[in-house]
Design a protein around this ligand. Structure first.
Ligand code: ZN
Length: 509
């Protein structure tokens, strides 16, 4: 483990050349009075005194940026002494009043990150403020981003204000009320390298949607190597989710993570300018594949005796359609209906291959008088699998407790694919796994539901990877053998670039 040079404020000093606070692009901020030339000429001494009053421990830029008095979201400043937000900095503004009434004098513009001393109104530019603007608006270079999914990332812990080490990207997300079902999706998506890197390197300042801006902002906080506190609140993003989904996804009531994922992927795709075309957004180029569905009507044949399972009849028309998917849904076999006292505690187990057999092009499903069979035509770089564990049954939602056995590495999807030889490799490794736990057994008791996510860190293979289990603020390293024991609901698989079915670094079975 490398040692890390540290500044007195507990921040890692090794990879951050002191940046000058930018004072140029002033233009859009000057609807209020410009600082007088008198103030500009003599501020240095007084501001040094004021800078000592800054309290980093109370600074938290995770919450929606609205004035604590007026609730407005326009032109908001954060008081660097007490952490509260106020509107404006002119003579009649709330920040100005706060500076006089509470004797707090240093304020940061939450949009431009420029710092001002009030009530005097002059700007301060000091290298010591750079860590604050970095927590407010973290930024990443392509070089920094390129190491996030490599073994080097595991060797380089960051330190928060209290000197506690943490691994950027593997930190807790607050459960504000009941938003753990969204937290596991946020974590899963923000660990998919192409999407994560796209967001970390983004610089949205224009007409992009608020949802996209806030998701990118959350990505930057989650992966920030210079956090004051090694946890992040998704509050600002989830407020926007609530608005954009017209209340469908709320942080106040439990919901379905898979429904949330579908909604989020589609919205992000549109907000990134995506169209129906392939690769028209990073969402499509990362997650979109194609599946062929063959359908045939079932004819009732009196000679069949009623016991024979209906099959595709090659002499009749088979309708074939190819449609895009963002995730593949897989059904679990129905659990035994009746269990005696002895069998009661036996939980059924199946292999992931038997669950994926739905996509082998031969396994048929019958519903509403039609037979169907499926086969993928194109696999994306990242395959999202959804195991359908919940079924609505009369009044309650029932949960299928079947355990799915899966390898962490080297799952070959080739049996589920009809594609030309030019198709990229079909061997995949797991990078994220979402599980469901509930105290109530086989019904879905939303009140006692717990969602957890397992995330791979480092590169795949042997000692180059670690796994973490995250449940809201609880982050713990987890042994690989433990990962399959949970009731998995959602997984993300990453295509292995060289496609090799085994790997010299391999230690997993
Ligand atoms: Zn204050």
């Amino acid at each position: 483990m490398s040692t890390v040079a540290k500044h007195a404020n507990g921040q890692d000093g090794s990879e951050r050349p002191a940046k000058k606070v930018r004072l140029e692009d002033d233009a859009n901020d000057e609807e209020e009075e410009a600082p007088s030339s008198r103030a500009k000429a003599e501020p240095q001494k007084a501001s040094d005194l004021y800078l000592d009053t800054i309290n980093r421990a109370v600074l938290d830029f995770d919450f929606e940026k609205v004035c604590s008095v007026s609730s407005s979201n326009i032109n908001i400043y954060g008081c660097l002494v007490c952490g509260k937000y106020f509107q404006g900095r002119g003579r009649n503004s709330y920040a100005f009043a706060h500076s006089i009434h509470d004797d707090h004098h240093v304020f940061i513009n939450l949009e431009t990150t420029k710092v001002y001393v009030l009530p005097d109104g002059y700007p301060v530019s000091d290298p010591s403020l750079e860590d604050i603007s970095f927590v407010l608006v973290p930024s990443f270079t392509p070089a920094a981003v390129s190491t996030l999914s490599t073994p080097a990332h595991l060797q380089k812990p960051s330190y928060d204000l209290s000197n506690k080490p943490y691994l950027p990207g593997y930190i807790g997300l607050n459960n504000i009320k009941r938003n753990d079902y969204m937290n596991v999706i946020i974590h899963s998506l923000l660990h998919v390298p192409p999407l994560r890197d796209h967001l970390l390197l983004s610089n949205f300042r224009g007409k992009e949607s608020e949802l996209l801006k806030r998701f990118a902002g959350l990505a930057k906080k989650l992966w920030n190597p210079r956090l004051f506190k090694s946890q992040v609140s998704p509050h600002e993003f989830l407020q926007e989710v609530h608005r954009a989904s017209a209340g469908k996804f709320s942080l106040e009531k439990q919901g379905d993570p898979v429904e949330f994922l579908g909604w989020l992927l589609n919205h992000l795709h549109k907000d990134m300018g995506g169209t129906k075309k392939r690769n028209s957004s990073v969402i499509f180029s990362t997650f979109q594949g194609e599946v062929r569905t063959e359908t045939q009507q079932v004819l009732v044949r009196p000679d069949a005796g009623g016991s024979e399972k209906p099959r595709f009849d090659i002499d009749r028309e088979i309708k074939s359609t190819v449609s895009p998917f963002l995730f593949l849904a897989a059904d679990l076999p129905p659990p035994p209906l009746f269990q005696d006292a002895v069998e009661k505690n036996i939980i059924p187990q199946v292999s992931i291959q038997s669950v994926l057999a739905k996509y082998d092009g031969q396994t048929t499903q019958e519903s509403m008088g039609h037979l169907r069979r499926y086969k993928c035509q194109r696999l994306p770089r990242y395959i999202i699998l959804h195991f359908k564990r919940f079924t609505k049954n009369m009044f309650v939602e029932e949960k299928n407790p079947t355990i799915v056995n899966f390898p962490l590495r080297g799952l070959d999807f080739k049996e589920y694919l009809d594609a030309p030889p030019s198709h990229p490799p079909t061997v995949y490794d797991l990078i994220a796994n979402v599980t469901h736990e509930s105290a109530a057994g086989t019904t879905r008791d939303k009140e006692s539901t717990v969602w957890k996510v397992h995330l791979r860190a480092g590169a795949g293979g042997g000692e180059h990877e670690k796994w973490f289990q995250i449940q809201d603020l609880i982050v713990e390293e987890i042994r690989k053998e433990m990962i399959v024991l949970g009731e998995t609901v959602l997984q993300i698989w990453e295509r292995r670039p060289d496609g090799s079915p085994t790997n010299s670094m391999e230690v997993d079975k």
